[in-house]
Each structure stands twice: as C-alpha cells, then as structure tokens.
Write a protein that binds this ligand. Sequence first.
Ligand code: G6P
Length: 520
Amino acid sequence: MSHWDRFQKYFVRYSNLGFSIDISRMAFEDDLFSKMAGRIESAYKAMTELEAGAIANPDEQRMVGHYWLRNARLAPNDALQQEISETLAATLKFAADIHAGTVTAANGKKFTRVLVVGIGGSALGPQLVANAITPANPPLSISFLDNTDPDGIDRVVAQIGDELATTITLVISKSGGTKETRNGMLEAEAAYKAAGLDFAKHAVAVTGAGSELDKHSTAQGWLARFPMWDWVGGRTSLMSAVGTLAAALQGVDVLQFLAGAAAMDVETRQRPASENAAMLLALMWHHAGKGQGLKDMVVLPYKDRLVLFSKYLQQLVMESLGKEHDLDGKVVNQGIAVYGNKGSTDQHAYVQQLRDGVNNFFVTFIEVGKARDTASIEVDPGFTTGDYLQGFLRGTRKALAEKGRESITLNISELNAFNLGMLIALFERAVSFYASLVNINAYHQPGVEAGKKAATDFLAQLAKVRAELTVTGRTADEVAAKLGIDPEDAYHMLNHLAANAQAKMVLTGDSPALDQFAAP
Ligand SMILES: O=P(O)(O)OC[C@H]1O[C@H](O)[C@H](O)[C@@H](O)[C@@H]1O
C-alpha cells in the first residue's frame, strides 16, 4: 500500500473542530484493531463507569472527575454539578473584579501581576496556559515560584521588584501540604513584608477544604480561597480553579478553553476506535512500546507557544502511567517516557539521533495551521518563515519515515484557547484509555510519596549533623558513627552545610573520608 493510500485509510478528521490525527506513519499491522478489540471494549466500559462516578482510583478509593470540570452536567450528582459550576463562576467573577478594580491591592491600585506559587500539577498547567494562549497584552502579567530553590525565588522576586505592591499571589496546592509550595508561600510572604506590604491582603489560596493551606489562609484572612477536590488529580486539575483562576486573571477566554475540551470529549467519548482520536493515540502508544513503554514519546510542536506542552505531558503521562503494579497487583513497571520542546528548533539538537541513532521512540508532531496573526515578509521570493516552519515539519516527518522511525501528526487550525483545551482533553482521555489497555491505575502517585519521606528524613538528620560540629573539626565517619547514620549521607550533609556557611571545611584529605568540617 502506498503512503498516500495508507494516509487516507487511517486519516481521522473532526471537521467541526478543525482537528485531525494522522497515524499512517506508525508501523502497526492492519489487524491491530481486531487484535485489541477486547481491550478496547473494556477501556470504553471503564471510561463510561469512570465518567458516571465510579471509584476509578481504587488505591485511594476516589472518583476521577476531571472530565466533569468542562461539563458539570456529567458529574454524578446535583451537589457536585453545583459545586463545579459555582466554583467556575466564582473564579471568573473574582478575575472580573480584579480587572475592574473592584478588588484592589492594599494600596488601592489595580493589580497588575499574578504570582503563582505551586508545583507539579499546581504549576505546570498554569505555565502552559500562560505561555500558549495568554493575550498579547494581558491585563495582568504572570510569574511563578514552582520550586524550593532560594536562588530561583530571589530572581523572580527581583524581577517583580516594586510591582509586588500590585501583585496578587495565588498559592495553589491541592493537598495544602507540599513543602516546596509552603516554602514558596513563606518566601513570598517575607518578600511582601520586606516591602512593607501585608501579604494576606494580596494572597489567594487554591486548595482542598480543610487542608493546612486552607486553615492557614482562613486564619490569616486572605483575599479568597477556591476549592480543589479529591476527585481531581493534580496532573488533571488545569480545568479546575488551579488553571481557570490564573488564566482568567491573564485575560484568557476560559469558557472557550473549557468548551474546546468538552468538544473533544464528545468526539472521543464513544466513537469506534478507528475514528476515536484518543483511542487511536492509546493504541499507537501500545503498538510502539509493545504495551510496556519500550519506546519514548517525543512531543514536537512546531509552534513556539507550545514549547511547554511536552513538560505538561511529562507529568500527565509519566505520573499517570509510570506505575510499579497493575490493578491485579502484578509487578509491571509500566510507563512511557516523554520529552521534546519545539520544532524546528529541536532539529538542531537531538533530531540527529532520532533519524540516525537508536530507534527507541515515536514522534508526536503537533502542526498548527495558521502561521501568524500578522502579515508576513518574504524571506525568499514567494516564501515566508511560516512556509519554512511547515517545510521543516514535513521534511523531518519524511526523513524519519524513510529510516523507519515512526510518527503521529496532530493538526489544529490555529493556537487558541479552544484548541488548547481540545489538545489537553485529547491526551487526558488517551492516558485513561491506555491505562485501561495495560490494566493500571492512572490516578494515584505512590512513588512521589517515597521521595517526600526521604526528604523529611534528610532534614531530620541534617539538624543532628549540624549539631555535631565542633571548633576542632569532625570527619564524616566520626559524625556518622556518633549519629548512627550512613557516612556518605553525613559527608554530603557536611558539604551542604559548608557550601552555605553553616560549616567550614578545615582539612581536605586525599579522600573524602579524611575531609574535616568544623562549626562556622
Ligand atoms: O497540589 P499539591 O497537593 O501541592 O501537589 C503538587 C504535586 O505534588 C505531587 O508531586 C503530586 O504527585 C502531583 O500530582 C501534584 O501535582
């Protein structure tokens, strides 16, 4: 069969949405659909139950409700439907009050900037939206504190400068207890205080009811609090107040963003697999990686404003699918690695390996029809930069295909709120379908807790190591023996303390075991 015939055979287009998916350059056999029919059927059944309010996250005994966020009528009861609708209305009203100057900074002036403090799903989605679909001259600019790196925090606070006086800070944390976010909140509060500003009068919480952050923000009398629910995972929370509040403050058309997601949901809820873009993605992932994630997903949008899409999908895909056990408790070590930035830029970075090197990936091209909103100059007689961008996408896809490297191409007409909503809904549902195909729970994240606990242990030991420092100096072995901890851990802690003026290295031996550290 010619490429042209295969392209036409498998090409799926939702003309009403200006969307299409091309899987023809994936080297699956024609009997893929029949071979997978049983698992496809189970995936559709699981999806129907999930959207009807089943406990689709059995490990945490929770419903999975992110699809309801863009169509509240789907929620399984009136109370939830009302809560979703009222929260959306409240975020839009709050943003309108900020824009109108009904709600102002403590100095009576309109807010001009929003500072988001969050991490993981409480930052990646808002960062994607801010980068991709914020209007050219947004009513509020945006900054992010998305890590517990003091140097990074200092840079953001310095960039905001005096504008802090008209900056509204959104502290976003579903659990309300994530330490990086708590630290960012305290650092932001310190910056406001240092500027003689009352943080509470510039702060808003987006968190679960009754969380540490909820209690704190209520006790401190912050401007507002918006809810997060336990039936929305962090990585699928962008269409809750996590994403809608920051988006609305920046002048994004939130209702169009949600409408795009809802429209893609309609197309991908129950269509037969061969016409269902989300099921097609899930099946291509399964084919490429043999159901074990053996090939990485390279995300290559040929649009600068989608450069954060791969980072967003890293969490959505890898935190959902990267699981040790399947639903039957069998050890499966599932997952699909995701990386990428943007084309054609990445052609000058790693595409060399994609074409000629190890064939351990498949590419997902994202093609955006409309090149720009303004008129184009000619960079060659008759050609524009947009022509080049399209040429590089098509050329790279062809060059990869010639060497047996697989790719999927998604096409949207232009980059706007509706179409970004569509893309996010598409991948959310593809993740749900894929998880069913490989029989895993896509909605919990046990592995993340392990890291959090190890960090807590590290901090407890760091305090003891610091207390062990004397004027004369101690080696890591001596400190470890005294405290009964791992000598290498002790060594790294002593170096951390020395690098930050909380210890000093008094002797450098010819092996780390001889290095001596003393009190500063
Ligand atoms: O929103 P928070 O509760 O602060 O959680 C922030 C992030 O923490 C962990 O990394 C979770 O695995 C993520 O899913 C979550 O987005």
